[in-house]
Design a protein around this ligand. Structure first.
Ligand SMILES: [Zn+2]
Length: 292
């Protein structure tokens, strides 16, 4: 089973997670820029974060044989904070970089006017930079949030096949299917969507434009939920080719619209002794057996 996790916040995960993901078949990820839990107080804080998604995190993933891409945006939650909104001016610089495969995650958190303004501006940026968009739907009042999301996407004039609407469930999937946008599902350990509900949705609606992710982050989550979904699909009677379509080909097709996937680069894992700007995952220790 080869897996592309199209939405995972590896910054919040350990190097051991990378090793476990690789042994389970994960070979590529997309890490959307998001909220860190601790509120940011200035724009510089975003710059360091975006730089680390493009630099350190891609480097760390590569050592474990995993291709790391990212999406860049002002996240919906911090769109409400006037100290953060200025980062919109800096986004064009980041949206031009290699390995940035979409604008995201954008969308609604609490459905405020400020969120809507920032969301609409970032849809415009996606058009200006010819990039796909990853849209987060709110965890509360999901149906209303998804409906308003689709209205804004339609008003933006972006082609629906360049928009992935994420964190869907049984109540929101139909309206997104009808819109022509891609449908994203985050499979969590014990709340929201689980792998068995996911398989029922795939059995009911087919595999076209379907995307499954772990959305693993600093909260209760599991970076191997993509793998669990693949196994549940096989148990349900889906073929290995079906699993490959959902867990590999679909994310490659969606993010491939950016023209910036890094999948053809050398896939050799470099190992934990490699360094990035002088730092390794060994935190300054020497690899065992090596002397001064
Ligand atoms: Zn996320």
């Amino acid at each position: 089973m080869r897996i592309y996790d199209p939405h995972i916040h590896m910054t919040s995960r350990t190097t051991d997670d990378y090793a476990r993901m690789y042994s389970a078949g994960v070979r590529a990820v997309t890490e959307p820029a998001f909220w860190l839990g601790q509120p940011r107080t200035n724009v510089g804080s975003f710059c360091d974060y975006f730089d680390s998604l493009l630099g350190w995190e891609r480097f760390r993933a590569a050592q474990y044989g995993i291709k790391h891409h990212c999406t860049i945006a002002l996240n919906p939650k911090e769109a409400n904070d006037p100290r953060c909104v200025e980062v919109l001016e800096l986004l064009p610089r980041y949206l031009a970089k290699d390995g940035v495969v979409a604008v995201g995650e954008v969308g609604f958190d609490s459905m405020t006017d400020d969120e809507e303004k920032v969301f609409a501006r970032q849809l415009e940026l996606a058009g200006e930079h010819d990039l796909p968009v990853l849209v987060h739907t709110p965890h509360r009042d999901k149906a209303a949030g998804t409906r308003r999301t689709l209205e804004l996407v339609a008003a933006s004039g972006l082609p629906p096949e360049r928009v992935l609407v994420d964190h869907l469930n049984e109540t929101t999937v139909a309206m997104v299917a009808d819109s022509g946008c891609w449908m994203g599902f985050s499979v969590y350990p014990d709340t929201k969507m689980d792998e068995h509900r996911m398989v029922r949705i795939l059995a009911d609606r087919g595999l076209e434009r379907m995307i499954v992710n772990s959305a693993a982050d600093w909260g209760h989550s599991d970076p191997l939920k993509t793998v669990a979904t693949g196994r549940a699909m096989l148990e349900h009677g889906f073929t290995a080719a079906d699993v490959d379509r959902v867990l590999w080909q679909n994310p490659v097709d969606f993010y491939g619209q950016s023209g910036r996937l890094l999948l053809d680069d050398d896939t050799t894992a470099t190992g934990p002794t490699a360094t990035f700007e002088g730092n390794s995952v060994l935190r300054g220790q020497r690899p065992s057996g090596q002397e001064d």
